[in-house]
Design a protein around this ligand. Structure first.
Ligand SMILES: [Zn+2]
Length: 455
């Protein structure tokens, strides 16, 4: 099957070019003036940008977080993703207290396989680190699982890793083609906060319980360790100017990257002070003064914009006794809003915005996830994940999740219209709707672990 995308402006090598795009057998076959070529199907991209499929580098779906089940399944989340141009969903497999990492991976695979509308890639969150576990992580890393997630907080949830633990992992696994994703909030500084002076009935106190200093201290510590041990580090959901500046200052010294999320750019602490402010509880918390951080991100600083999509259902979010906000699960949805809010960062200059999407939502996340050889650009040979984006559609409200969640960005609208989205060459979305909702065609991008262990 040969498909030609014509009359669009194609994001290629950091610029927009008025060229045709030929897709064959699921891959980009050629780019250029291809007027005479014979094809089976032509897609008209007049007035549109033609961009590489987007990647949400950071989502939580179809899993338990403590006692709460996330409302989005692989089916609902990947549908929301694809209808908004996201052709690869990166999400987490977290090893639970009573299972091995391989068991957790098998569970996630069973939930995703045959239900996913876009491609899926897993970041692994191991929680046991015996010698045999480390050996298994080496095999997984060599087999295509190129990202490990670690947390400098959340002791009660059993996922906390001390700085000593992080250093020993950097030391024992740092030689692999493996990136360490770290949630940076210093647990000791959070523990040291005196809650007795806070009104815990008010959700805004959440911001005092998890102060900016906790994030910036953890980033400083983890960056130093990564540089010392030459480990590739990616700091997730950076929410502070100081944290981002620490990472920027050390870029030349190591393989460092970071992401931020739309909630830290478009929402601030005042949302926690609303009557329903608990719905915006997340960690790190929304911050008081987002303007200087927003300004830095608008220079193109953060490698990746990702959501930390965490779709707790309405009931779980709302069921607390209104005396202690620490009962509220931390996280909010964002998946369906990602390209729209990223666009808004640069909307005054649409060409710049289109190229920024190609960088921060496609190329950079593909590289950091270890799939830069097949995803993230529209060069010949790459998977034909293609977004044909009309920037002048009717303004519509954002919808972060199709599941039963509170909308994280109420009142926000976007003119972006997804005229076509191709997944590995097949048009799967037309005018913002799945073309075959009963035929999920997403691939699991990494091999089943069983194929990696021969004994
Ligand atoms: Zn997260």
């Amino acid at each position: 099957m040969r498909t030609l995308v014509r009359h669009g402006r194609v994001a290629l090598a950091g610029s927009l070019q008025s060229v045709d795009l030929l897709v064959e057998d699921g891959r980009i076959a050629a780019v250029g003036d291809l007027g005479a070529v014979s094809v089976d199907r032509t897609l008209d991209a007049t007035g549109c940008y033609v961009l590489p499929g987007f990647i949400d580098f950071h989502t939580h779906v179809d899993d338990w977080i403590g006692p709460y089940y996330l409302a989005d399944t692989y089916g609902t989340s990947t549908r929301t993703a694809l209808e908004n141009g996201i052709t690869t969903l990166c999400t987490f497999v977290t090893q639970g207290p009573d299972e091995t990492l391989l068991q957790a991976m098998a569970t996630a695979r069973a939930k995703a396989e045959g239900y996913s509308h876009c491609d899926v890639l897993w970041h692994l969150t191991p929680t046991t680190f015996e010698a045999a576990d480390i050996d298994r992580l080496r095999v997984l890393a060599e087999g295509g699982y190129r990202t490990l997630k670690l947390y400098t907080t959340y002791k009660a949830a059993g996922i906390f890793a001390s700085y000593d633990r992080i250093e020993s992992l950097f030391r024992s696994l740092g030689d692999l083609d493996l990136r360490f994703l770290v949630h940076c909030e210093d647990d000791a500084l959070i523990e040291a906060v005196d809650a007795s002076g806070l009104d815990l009935a008010r959700p805004v106190s959440h911001a005092r319980l998890r102060p900016e200093a906790a994030e910036t201290e953890a980033i400083r510590r983890v960056v130093d360790l990564a540089v010392a041990h030459k480990a590739a580090l990616h700091v997730v959901h950076v929410s502070t100017l100081k944290g981002a500046q620490t990472l920027e200052a050390h870029r030349a010294a190591g393989d460092l990257s970071y992401e931020t999320c739309p909630q830290y750019l478009f929402l601030d602490e005042s949302w926690l002070d609303r009557a329903d402010g608990h719905r915006w509880l997340c960690s790190p918390p929304l911050r008081a003064n987002r303007a200087p951080f927003l300004e830095l991100v608008r220079t193109g600083a953060a490698d990746i914009i990702a959501t930390d999509h965490c779709p707790f259902c309405r009931q779980d979010k709302d069921t607390w006794d209104r005396t202690d906000l620490r009962q509220v699960p931390n996280g909010m949805p964002g998946l369906g809003a990602l390209p729209h809010l990223t666009w808004k960062l640069w909307q005054d200059d649409p060409d710049h915005a289109a190229l920024a999407l190609a960088t921060h939502l496609s190329r950079n996340p593909a590289l950091r996830a270890g799939v830069g050889d097949r995803k993230g650009t529209l060069e010949p040979g790459m998977d034909a994940d293609v977004v044909i984006l009309d920037p002048r559609g009717p303004e519509r409200p954002l919808r972060s999740s199709a599941a039963d969640t509170h909308e994280a960005f109420p009142g926000f609208t976007s003119p972006l219209a997804f005229r076509h989205v191709l997944l590995r060459g097949e048009p799967r979305v037309q005018d913002g709707q799945l073309t075959s909702p009963r035929d999920p065609a997403g691939l699991l991008l990494q091999p089943p672990p069983a194929t990696l262990f021969t004994h």
